[in-house]
Design a protein around this ligand. Structure first.
Ligand SMILES: Nc1ncnc2c1ncn2[C@@H]1O[C@H](COP(=O)(O)OP(=O)(O)O)[C@@H](O)[C@H]1O
Ligand SMILES: [Mg+2]
Length: 365
């Protein structure tokens, strides 16, 4: 049996008209770092809170470490939690804040000290151990909250948007710290976030949800390269994948603005002979402007005028209107263009995605 098993879990709040979580099925192995990601309101926190035992499970079974825990009290589930709005005790020092939970659990003072010292060391809080929260930065406070959770030495870590209140730079460094901590402690972790970058950079596996329903679970690059539907394709990755309503007719892809492409053999193979209206998708970095690709796929060269350019140096986005849709091509600093320039480009055949126009499911045979 896996470390955690969600078996057909449903949640309907008493006052709600419909489920907040529907038929959630998932297994999590020991030591895995799992991210639940999805837009606000998709049921991430509700699912996490059912694992913690703070919300009742309407139906289905939840197993932790081989034991059915539906009716087990939160304190007996072997979990530690970190939330977005972690409240530190303002009158206590860093050291006292970290040890407080253990004191409550009646752990002997000597052992508390040992664990607190360990957490302080691991989190790099040595020089702040006697400070009160008001004299700490946001990132330091967040580390104290992490410290409070790790000293409990629980087998399961639950984190709900723990970095949302931090500024962008701090989020990046805390992302690294949490990943490092996970590698060191090896505790199974479920991490809730609405931020696909956090999910992509931190998780072993991502579970992406929409309207209470799991859309896809898999390794970050699996979701990125092989999204099962248009929602996943659009949610993972920034800038978003480009989408085009197209008609496939014979070996032609016809765009709404009258542009055409020859359907490449490898894309045709994936479509398995399917014709007619569908949605095509391509990521910005799979639109190629370099000589080599232009030559290789010369029969499919397209043109468009640059309407806007986001130049960041390492990442550069050229915006055009193509195929009736706003299109973003990601180019290297060597391929930069000016607004008003005409660019020539090709779509990498192996990276074309096709989705059913009604169900928005991936078309793949
Ligand atoms: N206590 C509650 N009572 C009724 N509905 C709730 C409650 N908590 C959350 N919900 C609803 O359940 C859905 C999922 O919420 P939540 O799990 O908080 O989403 P997320 O964490 O993904 O933003 C939302 O539609 C939300 O309004
Ligand atoms: Mg939430």
């Amino acid at each position: 049996m896996s470390f955690i098993e969600f078996k057909h879990i449903n949640k309907k709040y008493a006052n709600a008209e419909r489920n907040s979580v529907t038929d959630f099925c998932l297994t999590i192995e020991e030591k895995e770092f799992i991210a639940f990601v999805g837009p606000s309101g998709c049921g991430k926190s509700t699912t996490l809170r059912m694992v913690a035992g703070f919300e009742e499970i309407t139906s289905g079974d939840l197993y932790i470490d081989g034991k059915r825990v539906n009716e087990v009290a939160p304190k007996d589930r072997g979990i530690a939690m970190v939330f977005q709005n972690y409240a530190l005790y303002p009158h206590m020092t860093v050291e006292k804040n970290i040890g407080y939970g253990l004191k409550n659990m009646k752990v002997p003072a000597e052992e508390i000290q040992k664990k607190v010292d360990w957490a302080i060391r691991i989190l790099g809080l040595e020089e702040f151990r006697n400070r009160k929260p008001k004299n700490l930065s946001g990132g330091q406070r967040q580390r104290v909250a992490l410290g409070r959770a790790i000293v409990k030495n629980q087998k399961l870590f639950l984190m709900d948007e723990p970095l949302s209140n931090l500024d962008a730079k701090l989020r990046v460094s805390m992302r690294n710290e949490i990943s490092k901590l996970h590698r060191e402690l090896g505790s199974t972790t479920i991490y809730v976030t609405h931020d696909q970058v956090e999910a992509m950079t931190m998780a072993d596996r991502i579970v992406i949800m929409k309207d209470g329903v799991v859309q896809q679970a898999g390794r970050p690059m699996e979701l990125y390269e092989n999204p099962v539907n248009k929602f996943v394709a659009g949610f993972i990755g920034s800038p978003q994948m480009n989408f085009y309503p197209v008609t496939v007719k014979g070996n032609q892809i016809q765009f709404r603005d009258g542009n055409q492409m020859i359907l490449p053999d490898e894309a045709a193979a994936r479509l398995g002979g399917r014709q007619g209206e569908m949605i095509m998708g391509i990521r910005g970095e799979d639109i190629k402007l370099d000589e080599q690709n232009l030559k290789l796929y010369s029969q499919n060269r397209q043109q468009a005028v640059v309407e806007n350019a986001e130049v960041m140096g390492n990442e550069n986005n050229l915006y055009t209107t193509f195929g009736g849709s706003l299109t973003v091509a990601r180019v290297s600093k060597y391929e930069l263009k000016e607004i008003g320039d005409t660019i020539e480009f090709v779509f990498l055949p192996s990276r074309m995605h096709f989705f059913d126009k009604d169900t928005e499911e991936r078309i793949c045979v």
